[in-house]
Design a protein around this ligand. Sequence first.
Ligand code: FE2
Ligand code: FE2
Length: 365
Amino acid sequence: MAECRSKPSVAVIDSNPNDRKQLANAIGNYYSVTQFSEADAALVGLRKAPPALIIVDEMLVPCGGYDFIGMIRADRALATIPAMVISALDVKRVRDSIIRCGGNGYLPKPWMADAVLKNISKTLNKAVEKKWELLPEIQRVALKGTLENMNHVAEALETGGTINYADFRSKCTPLIKMVYDGNIKSVMEAVNEHDNYTFAHSFKVGTMLALFGSAIGLPEKDQLLLASGGLLHDVGKMSIPLEVLNKPAKLSADEWAVMKRHVPTTMEFLASCDDIPKGALIIAGQHHEKLDGTGYPNGLKGKEVNELARMAAIVDIYGALTDRRTYKPGMEPEVAFDIMTQNMSTHIDMDLLKVFREVVMDQAR
Ligand SMILES: [Fe+2]
Ligand SMILES: [Fe+2]
């Protein structure tokens, strides 16, 4: 599956020029969009540059959207690409036709931009999660356990519920086994493709914190704490509107204030759950503090910043620089470490950074 390194590519295939352009505009900030107005040109274009997702209108000229998806499923180069159908009919009336032709999702017409983005993301993620089946069992189980954990958190945040920490921690155990196993390169690449940013970023931070802990000789129970703390450190971001969280341009002062709210939101949520260990609360509460006192939310300085939070800050910044976002490709590890070493010496613990750099570079060798 070919993919733009920063934005996943989506082909919008619709014979109505207004509808096609409107949809392309609505998703263009988040996806790299190609447009086609009829079936034959679309097939040629898709074979030339297979996208991550195909969205086709049911009234496509000349064959209709369902037959078009049938043609894609019969084409070896395109057969596995997920395809969604745009329809003005209710989902109950089109569900059977979508399943019969081999489609993977549905977009109602007229649509709301927010719902369209959520639906596209859901369909893309299902395809990415299907590819996990090809990974070694130890990595597959770690990814699935983490996804379940993060889905429980998302549901709890939405409904005002809580999570059971003992369950959460036990689902982190495969992640620790995966770190012991040593080969995390392919799993990190696999999770980078996932379209749920908070999940992908948290998986990387949890895994790398556990790796960091293992490299400095911490016992398994502390590695488990680091992994859980890493997975939970940003859960408040799940409440941030996507247009702010994934904004491709600089945030306004108001949007930045919304973004920074993710720390208190995370802390309020974790405080409402029983038995969250102090270490995980420290990681979540202090990972944006800086040693010179210019961080947030409390402007802690020097020794006030806990060792666990210093480790988390390093892993979090490294994660953010190397993460693929809708507005940028992921940075190469060496480039990220050079930036951190040269520009952040007053913000982060340089001794710990040296150790972490060695840990990551060892993995890459
Ligand atoms: Fe954060
Ligand atoms: Fe983070």
